[in-house]
Design a protein around this ligand. Structure first.
Ligand code: VGL
Ligand code: ZN
Length: 210
């Protein structure tokens, strides 16, 4: 029996597969659309699917437009620590914030929205960037007795990596399906994220292994 074959206690966590992160979007991830068929193929294997949706109010603190004089991808200090300034993206109720049309995820049971506090970003599906405000996902998974967390989506080095690190930190066995993710890769962020994931015991696997 393949050790990575999903069981009824496993969950596929589909991170931020939204129009703004796809080619043509305001924060397009190179090759971002390639994750869609990979995720659809994986989804067939899972009984439990949860999705996340980056969901910012206009004027969000992570938006470069909220910091006159700064450039996109600069880092500034906010109350909770360093924050990369992103092009405005995933604004609530815009087309860019919508989940990608090509996802065949009618089985998904929960959509966790994150980043909706105007002054706090949230790369992680579990914990906002202040590192104390929970999204509720950890309790949801525990109450449903879901154990292993398989992550896919966008972007490998930001929302997927931060979600995977927090998943492992709260005690879930955690796996990232690498070929069903794509990275932003800002100043070495992909290599740094992969090192942190390995250090935290998160397994990096391929979808052919699942
Ligand atoms: C993300 C930057 C800003 C992501 C979200 O989904 O990885 N990255 N907001
Ligand atoms: Zn965001």
């Amino acid at each position: 029996m393949n050790e990575f074959a999903p069981t009824g206690a496993d969950v596929l966590l589909v991170v931020d597969v939204q129009n703004d992160f796809l080619p043509g979007g305001s924060l397009a991830v190179t090759g971002g659309d390639a994750v869609i068929p990979a995720i659809n193929a994986l989804a067939v294997r899972f009984a439990n699917i949860v999705m996340t949706q980056d969901w910012h109010p206009a004027g969000h603190a992570s938006f470069v437009s909220a910091h006159p004089g700064r450039a996109a991808f600069d880092t500034v200090e906010l109350g909770y620590g360093p924050q990369v300034l992103w092009p405005d993206h995933c604004v609530q109720r815009t087309k860019g914030a919508r989940l990608a049309d090509g996802l065949a995820l009618e089985k998904a049971q929960l959509v966790i929205r994150k980043g909706y506090h105007a002054g706090i970003d949230s790369y992680s599906a579990f914990l906002e960037a202040d590192r104390v405000t929970p999204t509720g996902l950890g309790s949801y998974l525990r109450e449903r007795r879901l154990g292993r967390v398989f992550l896919v989506g966008l972007a490998t080095d930001y929302c997927v990596a931060f979600s995977a690190l927090d998943s492992a930190a709260v005690g879930f066995e955690t796996l990232v399906v690498e070929d069903a993710c794509r990275a932003i890769d800002l100043a070495g962020s992909l290599a740094a994220a992969k090192a942190r994931l390995s250090q935290a015991g998160v397994r990096l696997i391929g979808s052919a292994q699942v």
